[in-house]
Design a protein around this ligand. Structure first.
Ligand code: HCA
Ligand code: CU
Length: 449
C-alpha cells in the first residue's frame, strides 16, 4: 500500500470541517427501508458526493467496504468521483467507519480509504448489552489495533469515538481516551441516542478541550429530542472543529444534524469564521437533490426550505407582497431559496386577490370590485371541484360574475410582472421583484438582484 497523492498532514483544516455521513449514517435512516422504494443506487451516491464536494465538503464518511459487496463497489465508485474532482476542487478525504476489528480495517485500507473512523461503545449499556468487554479490555483492544495501523499506515487519518459518549461518565471516557488520544488525530464524542442538551455539550467540549488540548474533536448529534441542530451549534461555538452532518439530517431513527441547517444557523449567528469555503447558495439545491433521491419534497422541518418562504394567511400574504421582510427574518435568498410564494386558498384576503387579478392576470380591477370578488370567492372556495385550483376559481368569478377581461399582454411579458416594491428614489432599497403564477396557482415573488 502506497500513500495517496495528498495526505492529511498536508491539509490545513478550516474553522469548521463538515464530515458528511449521508452515505453511512444517512443510509441507516428508516426512510431508506421503505420496501426499497428509496434505495440509493451507485449513481445516486456518486451524484450526492459530487454535489457535496462542489459545495465545499472535504471529508466524506462511508461504511467499511466489508459491510456488503455492494458497499464495497460503491466505495470504489465514490472514490472515482472524488478523483475526478481533484483538479477542480482539491482533495477530498474518504473515511471508512470501522469497528475496532482487523477485518473492517483491512477492507477499508484495501479500498483506498484516507482515514479510519473507529468506534466502540463505552457506556454501561454498550458494555453490558453490546460487546461485553470491560473498559480496560476494550481500551487494550482498540489501542493494540490502532497502534499497529499507525505504524503500518502512518498517513491514515485516525479517529476514535466512544459510542454513546453522553451516557458514558466523563471519568470513564477519560480513562479510555487517555490511552487512545496519543495515537489519533481526532476524538469523537457521539450523542448516539440523542440525550444531550446544548449546555451539556458545551461543558463536554470544554472538558475534552482542556484535557486533550492538541487533539481535534468531532461531534455527532442525534435528533431524538429535536436538539441535533442546537447541539451541533453549541459544540462548534465551544471550539469543536469537525462535525458529522448528513443531508436532510438523515440517520438512524429521527436522524442527526442536517448540514445546511447547521451552516445556515452559523451564518445567522454571524459565525463567519466557520463558513470558509462553503458554497452557501448551494444549500437549498443540496436539500432538493437529496429530497429528490427520496422522492419527496424538502421537509418543512429543514430550516433551508421553500416552506419557510411560503405564506397562506390573508394578512401575511398582503404584508409579504409589500415587503417579504414582514414575515421572513432570515437570509434564505443567500442559501438558494430565491423565491417567496403567497398561496391562494381559503384564507386568502381581498388584498392578495386584488394583487393576483391585477398584477398577475392583468385584469383592470379596482379595490371595491376585488373586495366583492373576495366575498364570492370565500363562499365557493370550500366547494372547489377536484382539479380546479383557487386561482382558476378566482379567474372564473372575475370573468363570469363580474365581467372582467384580462388586458392583452404581449407573449414575451406574460407572467413576468416586474414591480418596484420600494421607493424608486431610494438607492439602497433596490428590491425589484418579479411576480409569477406558481404551479400550485399561488403567487411567486422572486427578488431581482
Ligand atoms: C452507529 C453509531 C454512531 C457512531 C458515531 C461515531 C453513533 O450507527 O454505528 O462513530 O462517531 O451515533 O454513535 O453513528
Ligand atoms: Cu449515529
Amino acid at each position: 500500500m502506497t500513500p495517496p497523492p495528498f495526505t492529511f498532514a498536508q491539509y490545513q483544516p478550516r474553522g469548521l470541517e463538515i464530515i458528511d455521513v449521508t452515505l453511512r449514517e444517512g443510509q441507516q435512516s428508516p426512510l431508506l427501508h421503505d420496501h426499497f422504494k428509496y434505495f440509493l443506487t451507485t449513481q445516486d451516491k456518486q451524484e450526492i458526493v459530487r454535489a457535496l464536494i462542489l459545495y465545499g465538503v472535504k471529508f466524506v464518511e462511508m461504511f467499511a467496504p466489508l459491510v456488503s459487496p455492494r458497499e464495497s463497489e460503491d466505495f470504489a465508485a465514490v472514490r472515482q468521483t472524488r478523483d475526478e474532482l481533484i483538479t477542480q476542487k482539491g482533495y477530498t478525504f474518504l473515511l471508512a467507519h470501522v469497528r475496532t476489528h482487523p477485518d473492517d480495517v483491512e477492507s477499508a485500507i484495501r479500498a483506498g480509504a484516507d482515514g479510519l473512523s473507529f468506534f466502540i461503545g463505552t457506556s454501561d449499556s454498550s458494555i453490558r448489552h453490546k460487546h461485553g468487554l470491560g473498559l480496560g479490555e476494550l481500551t487494550v483492544r482498540a489501542r493494540t489495533l490502532i497502534e499497529q495501523v499507525k505504524r503500518d499506515y502512518p498517513w491514515l487519518i485516525l479517529r476514535f469515538s466512544g459510542e454513546d459518549a453522553f451516557r458514558t461518565s466523563e471519568a470513564d471516557l477519560f480513562r479510555v481516551y487517555d490511552e487512545i488520544a496519543p495515537l489519533v488525530d481526532r476524538l469523537g464524542t457521539p450523542d448516539t441516542v440523542g440525550v444531550a442538551t446544548p449546555d451539556w455539550v458545551q461543558s463536554r467540549v470544554k472538558a475534552l478541550r482542556s484535557r486533550y488540548p492538541t487533539i481535534d474533536l468531532e461531534g455527532h448529534f442525534h435528533n431524538d429530542r429535536g436538539f441535533s441542530t442546537v447541539n451541533a451549534l453549541a459544540a462548534v461555538k465551544a471550539g469543536m472543529r469537525f462535525m458529522n452532518t448528513s443531508l436532510l439530517g438523515l440517520g438512524e431513527r429521527s436522524g442527526i444534524t442536517s448540514m445546511t441547517a447547521l451552516i445556515y444557523n452559523l451564518y445567522i449567528d454571524k459565525a463567519y469564521e466557520n463558513l470558509d469555503g462553503y458554497h452557501l447558495r448551494g444549500s437549498y439545491p443540496m436539500n432538493v437533490l437529496m429530497a429528490d433521491k427520496l422522492k419527496m419534497l424538502v421537509p418543512s422541518t429543514e430550516p433551508v426550505c421553500l416552506t419557510n418562504r411560503t405564506h397562506a394567511a390573508g394578512v401575511h400574504g398582503k404584508a409579504v407582497i409589500n415587503n417579504t421582510e414582514t414575515y421572513e427574518a432570515h437570509p434564505l435568498d443567500q442559501f438558494g431559496v430565491t423565491e417567496s410564494e403567497v398561496l391562494l386558498g381559503p384564507l386568502t384576503g381581498w388584498n392578495v386577490i386584488h394583487y393576483f387579478l391585477h398584477e398577475i392576470c392583468g385584469f383592470d380591477v379596482d379595490d371595491a370590485t376585488a373586495k366583492a370578488i373576495a366575498v364570492t370567492y370565500k363562499t365557493q372556495v370550500y366547494h372547489l371541484a377536484p382539479g380546479v385550483a383557487p386561482s382558476g376559481l378566482l379567474i372564473a368569478i372575475a370573468e363570469n360574475e363580474y365581467g372582467l377581461r384580462a388586458k392583452k399582454v404581449p407573449e414575451e411579458f406574460r407572467n413576468q410582472v416586474v414591480q418596484r416594491m420600494t421607493d424608486p428614489d431610494d438607492e439602497d432599497a433596490g428590491a425589484e421583484q418579479v411576480s409569477q403564477v406558481s404551479h400550485s396557482g399561488g403567487i411567486i415573488l422572486r427578488s431581482k438582484r
